[in-house]
Design a protein around this ligand. Structure first.
Ligand SMILES: [Zn+2]
Length: 301
């Protein structure tokens, strides 16, 4: 992004995604599908974060930042409109038991005029700002009407480089929600997590923080059993989740936490073992999926 800016070239989502993928570390497996998906704008990648105890799956769509007279803009597409790119991402993620996420390409600090980040901002050349060039935001929080400046963008997203960093602080929790948590979920949200669980925390923490700022009573404490709870060695890690919906009209705990599973799905195991057929893999995926990324994390983060 910096090189393009110096050359006064605009940069697009597809080009940046290819560069990010091509430079991925050795612990990352990247399986691109054939050209067919390239024609589809807003093509999505399946990302799995895997460690020795669990796996967390995302459906990731890239969105670049545009800055227009100090105003920040992302083209997330229309919310709540059937057939929109935003709705399609959500639907595809739901059918695959993944959490829908945007990979925000924010360009360089210069591009963002070094707008202060919330992490002990160091002015020009601030390292935290530099790390923000690729940031991940739960799609639940991606509302073009609200996410239109640096403050909301930074609050609602996390730098890709920091996504697996253990969270030393507890999640933001409305007291009424705190009372509804099953013991395993309370432990997850209130104590430091590492590896795959730290990645999961980085997503639910952004959602809980926004939930805390919303007015509106917490939904009655009906607990939902996650789908697949009958095969609990294979299914979601948390079997009981609060049904609170906030302003989203959706039980957001399940939306973000059901993709945290004890073991990854079969296609991830095949990719990690190197024994798979790309065409067969692609044919079993929805057509807007461009490829799969598997990141193997050390347990200690
Ligand atoms: Zn900064």
């Amino acid at each position: 992004m910096a090189a393009c800016e110096r050359a006064q070239l605009s940069w697009g989502e597809t080009a940046i995604t290819e560069i990010v993928m091509s430079r991925a570390a050795a612990a990352v497996s990247v399986v691109p599908f054939s050209q067919q998906a390239e024609a589809i704008s807003g093509a999505d990648w399946v990302w799995w974060w895997v460690d020795a105890t669990s796996a967390y799956g995302m459906l990731v769509q890239a969105k670049r930042l545009r800055v227009d007279r100090g105003r920040w803009r992302f083209d997330f597409g229309y919310r709540n409109r059937a057939g929109s790119q935003w709705a399609r991402l959500r639907e595809t993620a739901a059918t695959m038991d993944l959490v829908p996420v945007y990979a925000l390409y924010l360009g360089t600090g210069d591009y963002r005029s070094w707008a202060p980040c919330p992490d002990d901002h160091q002015g020009l050349r601030c390292h935290s700002c530099v790390k923000r060039s690729v940031s991940l935001m739960p799609a639940l929080l991606a509302d073009s009407w609200i996410v239109n400046d640096s403050k909301t963008t930074y609050e609602r997203s996390v730098a890709l480089e920091d996504i697996a960093t253990p969270s030393w602080t507890a999640s933001f929790l409305i007291p009424a929600l705190r009372e509804q948590l099953a013991p395993d979920l309370a432990n997850f949200l209130l104590t430091t997590q590492t590896g795959t669980r730290a990645v999961t925390r980085s997503m639910i923490d952004r959602v809980l923080r926004v939930r805390m700022g919303q007015f509106g009573a917490v939904s009655a404490p009906g607990l939902t059993a996650a789908r697949d709870s009958s095969h609990d060695r294979l299914g979601p890690v948390f079997s009981e989740l609060p049904t609170d919906t906030g302003h989203w009209n959706e039980p957001y705990f399940g939306h973000v936490l059901n993709p945290l599973r004890h073991v990854p799905p079969g296609y991830v195991l095949e990719i990690e073992s190197g024994e798979f057929d790309v065409d067969e893999l692609a044919s079993n995926m929805p057509e807007d999926v461009t490829g799969i990324v598997v990141v193997r994390l050390p347990q200690n983060g």
